[in-house]
Design a protein around this ligand. Structure first.
Ligand code: NAD
Length: 502
């Protein structure tokens, strides 16, 4: 199913077939557990980008006019195929991203939940109807698709993040151009093949491989009507500003620095398990990873001890070998994360667990960095201020709930957060007062279910619409209100005045 066997170039995808394009640029695709280059990915030139966009534009009128019943039948078929064969997709993710197989399977399952949500879209596309709003005048609303839409996704969830958007976009009658990350592009083609097998007509789901050039064309080309972006904050801001300047609807989800607050009355075993899972799962390369632990009052010593004990048991290695945690995505990223640990140590943080010297169960050339726990981190250290996107958990000690809340609310990001406590009143106050889009109460990674919407606040999201759920349906459709009157014998003839309701 994958196009990324060695010697091969991972291509674009148009009209239910691979499309080699005319661009000559490529980038390496690497297995992070071995350091081996396993394929090259095509980097679109302008002609390629336009060819993919044109395919999506050509397919739109027929797909828009395809009945809801037919559209949802194809979605159901896609869901069945995905469910049967998700192991294949998980293996592709592990081979290019590095996350362990179980985690890759979890990613696919979370994406599948959005497909299942989108299977029920007829209910969400129903409009309202008011009979006799004025005498013999009816008013009703309908929601219609936008046209070809672009999805630009990051490396860390090569299947789930595209699936936050494309099931809803396609179910609502739009056509799609997916521009995946260059680092792990093969999942996109596997998904494209699955759509073809599910019976999706040519041109409804297309893949454009590439870098900034491809993204800029998606932002500027007038055929593209909306852009869903997920990635780092500087690029999210750029995509939002440029896309909206070109008149498009844009939702651009950015980076994160997620804090967990542990109050003195919390169950410390539960909190320690949660911190290890949320800090080191997927090697910390999750936008919902916890990277700052705010220990309130006297919990810090005991909690740090419990986390350290657990972190030391984590087995690092090849994601296909039954390990707990895989490598980082590239050598450059691994070295950058390690340099943050160096800087934290130099600035006075205590390195309680040091991942820089980890012994991994994998190739010598793998991009390994073990779980790292830093204590006594202060808020001026780069390890605290920056999004690191690696397996590094920084402990900040504070005296009170108010001090902890102020830290979270002062942070420029607002993606996810969690509080650990047995005090319902404190938790309730937190859910009300915290300025973050997704909140966990004794839950470290509060990713909403597909029928709610996913999105952060502040620098974690540009635009006002979150992903999937009813917000996703609204994003991929536009409303129309129709006022209708059918003449009957009471027709009153000419009247140039503004109508009054009577
Ligand atoms: P990235 O910003 O480097 O890349 C994201 C996408 O933008 C890719 O498709 C890439 O090709 C493209 N891109 C990169 N540079 C560009 C440029 N100069 N101009 C135009 N396009 C460009 O992000 P990444 O490293 O792939 O992913 C990690 C980041 O994504 C982290 O910051 C993480 O927090 C964030 N993320 C956020 C969420 C969320 O829901 N908020 C989810 C997943 C990941």
């Amino acid at each position: 199913m994958t196009e990324s066997t060695s010697q091969q170039t991972v291509s674009h995808w148009i009209n239910n077939k691979p499309y080699p394009g005319t661009g000559t640029g490529t980038a390496p695709v690497t297995n992070p557990a071995t350091g081996e280059v396993t394929a090259r990915v095509a980097l679109a030139d302008l002609k390629d980008a336009r060819a993919v966009i044109d395919a999506a534009a050509a397919a739109f009128p027929a797909w828009r006019d395809t009945s809801l019943a037919k559209r949802t039948q194809i979605l159901f078929r896609f869901r069945e195929l995905l469910n049967e064969r998700k192991g294949e997709l998980a293996a592709i993710i592990t081979a290019e991203h590095g996350k362990v197989l179980d985690d890759a399977l979890g990613e696919v399952t979370r994406g599948q939940e959005v497909v299942e949500f989108a299977c029920g879209i007829p209910h969400l596309l129903k409009g309202g109807f008011t009979e006799n709003a004025s005498t013999k005048v009816d008013v009703f609303s309908i929601r219609q698709p936008l046209g070809p839409v672009a999805i630009i996704s990051p490396f860390n969830f090569p299947a789930m993040v595209p699936m936050w958007f494309f099931p809803v976009a396609i179910a609502a009658g739009n056509t799609v151009v997916l521009k995946p990350s260059e680092k792990d592009p093969s999942a996109s083609l596997w998904l494209a093949r699955l759509w073809a097998e599910a019976g999706l007509p040519d041109g409804v789901f297309n893949v454009l491989q590439g870098d900034k050039l491809a993204v800029d064309e998606l932002l500027e080309n007038p055929a593209i009507k909306a852009v869903s972006f997920v990635g780092s904050t500087p690029i999210a801001r750029y995509v939002y500003e440029r896309g909206t300047a070109y008149g498009k609807r844009v939702q651009a989800l950015g980076g994160a620095k997620n804090h967990a607050i542990v109050l003195p009355d919390a169950d410390l075993d539960l909190a320690a398990d949660a911190m290890v899972n949320a800090g080191f799962g997927s090697a910390g390369e999750r936008c919902m990873a916890i990277s700052a632990l705010v220990a309130v009052g006297d919990v810090a010593d005991e909690l740090v001890g419990k986390i350290a004990e657990r972190a030391r048991t984590i087995r690092i290695g090849d994601g296909t070998a039954g390990c707990d945690m895989g490598p980082l995505v590239t050598r450059a990223h691994r070295d950058k994360v390690a340099s943050y640990v160096d800087a934290g140590e130099a600035a006075g943080a205590e390195v309680v667990v040091d991942g820089r010297t980890v012994q991994a169960d994998g190739g010598d050339q793998g991009f390994w960095l073990g779980p790292t726990l830093l204590d006594h981190v202060s808020t001026d250290m780069s390890v605290y201020t920056d999004e690191i996107f690696g397996p590094v958990l920084s402990v900040v000690r504070v005296e009170s709930y108010d001090e902890a809340l102020d830290l979270v609310n002062a942070n420029p990001y607002g993606n996810g957060t969690a509080i650990f406590t047995n005090d319902g009143g404190a938790a309730r106050r937190f859910q009300n007062e915290v300025e973050v889009g997704m909140v966990g109460i004794n839950v470290p990674i509060p990713v909403p279910m597909a029928y709610y919407s996913f999105g952060g606040w502040k620098n974690s999201l540009f635009g006002d619409t979150h992903a999937h759920g009813t917000e996703g349906v609204n994003f991929f459709t536009r409303g129309k209100a129709v006022t209708s009157r059918w003449l009957d014998p009471s027709h009153g003839g000419l009247n140039l005045g503004f109508p009054q309701n009577n």
